[in-house]
Design a protein around this ligand. Sequence first.
Ligand code: C2E
Ligand code: CA
Ligand code: CA
Length: 445
Amino acid sequence: MGREIMNRKYKNLTLVKKDRLYELAYIDPITNLGNYNAYLEKIKEKLKIDDKKTIIILDIDKFKSFNKKYGHNKGNELLKRVGEEIKKSIRKTDIVCRLANDVFGIFLVGKVNVENITERLNKKISRIDIGNIWYNLRISMGVYICDKEEKNVQSMIDKAIIAHDSIKGKYHVQYGVFTEAFEQKMIRESEIENMMEEAINNKEFEVYYQPQISSKTEKIEGAEALVRWEKDENEISPSEFIPIFEKNYFIIKLDEYVYDRVCENIQEMKKEFKEIPKISVNISKESLLEKDFLEKYMKITEQYGISPNEMEIEITERTTVDTNIDMKEILEKVKKEGFSIAIDDFGTGYSSLNMLEMLPIDTLKIDKTFIDKIDKNNNSINLLEIILLISKKLNLKVVAEGVEKNEQVLYLKKVNCDFLQGYYYAKPLTLENLKRYIKENKKNR
Ligand code: C2E
Ligand code: CA
Ligand code: CA
């Protein structure tokens, strides 16, 4: 363990000095537990003996706020108490160290019941006393269970950290267990992150357009701009990269890029057609919340000599929750410039009727999952009819998304759903193919 290394390294120092040096290098002065170095060394020792082992990384949520609220001394006392409680919850042969601020590393030797130990830790720490005063805390844990021989301690710890990261934002979950699948996801995520800047510079992103058809006239009235990423002849799906870009905020750059392309394409189409369909553009919450969002987008719009009236902004239901107050203000400004506003993926959660009434919305896009439920017998479609009733009451246009089958078209026409979008009519098309589609659509009516 660490002490032996120190002894070997500093053979000639007096015993007292050696102890002091050891303390500095391996002991956390706040909790008297080992520190990160000690954790690594102690685990290395144990790896020689046992083949079954479990690492738990435990972290106190909002410890910063605790420090702010009660002061640093109380914060330090809390860390000490947490260390004590962890020690009480594990066996003598197990290890606990404080790795960084409010992060503790636990190492359990032999067979462990993860559910039991995490529950015990949670119970002990989520309500904890300093002196006689009790505090409520929330902790989160990442667990790596290792059954096979493992030599690289750092990689074991990393896996527990990955497991910890996997539950970020899931407030009802207290711990995550490392899985290979999650590791693969992380690897893929960082691959995508490494490629994204170059992709935008190399113009690997392209915009496709999916027609939206009037259910009354069968005329193409709109088209949704959907981004495509072609990397070395492989297509990477937006449902894979958009969530990653939303997390790392690259979406702000991409949305603006797409918007710029769309404006350019509208300008081009207007030279060829007297009348063009309204183009809707997906804008993520992260983009909308940028301070200079509207200014930037208006500048681009004007640069291509087009008008916001020719476009619709699509925001998801997710965008409208959490930030209701801000969102109302932002959307009202967007609306005032002349854009239409659509709520995307409607029905997949979150949004309230209250929100529908409060926000300046023009269009509801009913999520594909509702359209999928339309079958030959028209069973389980009540919700769809209710949504249609509400939108009529609120004067909203309704677009059905992901329309694939004739029976869906027939039903949606019968219940007066205004617009239909989906593979039944067309997949997302290149600009050239969209133009062709518009021409054909004209001829056929
Ligand atoms: P979304 O806005 O809900 O777009 C509809 C998705 O459904 C598109 O997937 C479209 O290709 C697909 N789709 C359309 N009709 C059918 C159908 O009949 N059957 C089936 N199975 N699928 C259909 P896509 O293009 O993969 O886009 C996925 C999501 O990525 C979009 O969902 C949107 O949320 C996001 N996205 C796409 N482009 C952009 C963009 O430029 N900016 C932002 N922020 N998000 C974008
Ligand atoms: Ca959309
Ligand atoms: Ca959608």
